[in-house]
Design a protein around this ligand. Structure first.
Ligand SMILES: Nc1ncnc2c1ncn2[C@@H]1O[C@H](COP(=O)(O)OP(=O)(O)OP(=O)(O)O)[C@@H](O)[C@H]1O
Ligand SMILES: [Mg+2]
Length: 320
């Protein structure tokens, strides 16, 4: 069953010299658990039952403190790592059930992964790095060369085709990494803190590129980031804490659609934070006066507390 489902995707003629022809797939994560066993019998529970749904062609953000499980989650969705329990379903493919062999095909044909460290091959030029996944995918040579050039042009590096990674700046390396991720025209793009190491201008380039993949080309894009400029441009923000999803927020509802200048965005976020904090205080008052049930209090308390955390997180990363 899964062999046929994967083999449908392992089709090099899908990959054209130019353009994106493959639309996104929905991603459904259910009760995902990951336990790492380290030496001396010590276990780390990195994911403790994560549930999330990303619609086809949607761009979403995973936020959360260091160690909350963002990379682990992306690695499992991307087929780089395996879960201890739970399910990952991408389109009609049950990723958690794939054999090693099929998992490799899944990574090659369905996932474009932009890693936290750029993961370029140091001895290869930019164009060779971009062509590499296409070689593994049996894309014909002429198409490979043309597409690698086209992709590097898309990310604004047509004048750096023959540079090796160490001859490129951090921002340029990150753009090559995105071109590599897009080589086989995958329906699913994953990016782990893609703007963490970049200055404002380079970060904005990457953010625009990733959001465009969803909005203009219908790719499904999942990004882990602390970058509010990225987060507010996506459809949903999932807040991960201690291996669990603590809340799901719609940036449109937070910002009213303001994604413009940073100063404007921070004002909108501060106003929202003040109003949510007020709501939080009112809730506590209501509870003290016995105006609401314990269950209702509990539900609202958790929702508002996490909402406040998200807003503080966004503001903190803007230097407030
Ligand atoms: N290979 C591993 N072996 C053991 N423990 C691990 C391994 N990888 C991650 N962990 C642990 O799992 C937890 C989640 O790690 P993960 O890298 O997913 O967090 P993160 O949210 O990506 O953090 P950061 O923001 O710092 O990148 C951490 O407590 C980490 O120490
Ligand atoms: Mg990480």
């Amino acid at each position: 069953m899964s062999v046929e489902k994967i083999n449908k995707w392992v089709n090099p003629s899908r990959v054209r010299e130019k353009g994106f022809n493959t639309k996104g797939l929905p991603v459904n994560v259910k009760e995902l658990v990951k336990i790492y066993s380290t030496g001396k019998g010590i276990e780390v529970q990195a994911l403790r039952g994560v549930n999330l749904y990303v619609g086809e062609g949607e761009a979403v953000t995973i936020m959360g403190p260091s160690g909350s499980g963002k990379t682990t989650l992306l690695n499992i969705i991307g087929g780089v790592d395996r879960p201890t329990g739970g399910e990952v379903i991408v389109g009609d493919i049950k990723v958690h059930e794939l054999s090693d062999d099929l998992l490799e095909k899944y990574r090659l044909s369905i996932v474009g992964y932009v890693f936290q460290a750029f993961n370029l091959i140091p001895v290869l030029t930019a164009i060779e790095n971009v062509a590499l996944p296409m070689i593994a995918f049996n894309v014909p040579r002429n198409t490979r060369v043309a597409r690698a050039k086209w992709l590097l042009e898309i990310v604004g590096l047509s004048d750096r085709l023959y540079h090796k990674p160490y001859e490129l700046s951090g921002g340029q390396q990150q753009r090559v990494a995105i071109a590599v991720a897009l080589a086989n025209d995958p329906p699913l793009i994953l990016a782990d803190e893609p703007t963490a190491e970049l200055d404002t201008e380079n970060a904005m380039n990457i953010i625009n590129l990733l959001t465009k993949l969803s909005i203009e080309h219908g790719k499904t894009v999942i990004v882990s980031t602390h970058d509010p400029r990225m987060a507010v441009r996506t459809k949903k923000i999932f807040r991960l804490e201690d291996g669990r999803i603590k809340g799901e927020y719609k940036p449109m509802e937070i910002t009213g659609g303001v994604v413009g200048r940073e100063a404007e965005l921070s004002e909108v976020l501060k106003t929202k934070l003040a109003s949510v904090e007020k709501e939080f205080e009112e809730l506590i008052e209501k509870f003290k006066k016995h105006e609401i049930s314990l269950e209702e209090f509990d539900r609202q308390y958790t929702r508002l507390k996490n909402y406040i955390e998200v807003l503080r997180d966004l503001l903190r990363s803007m230097g407030h």
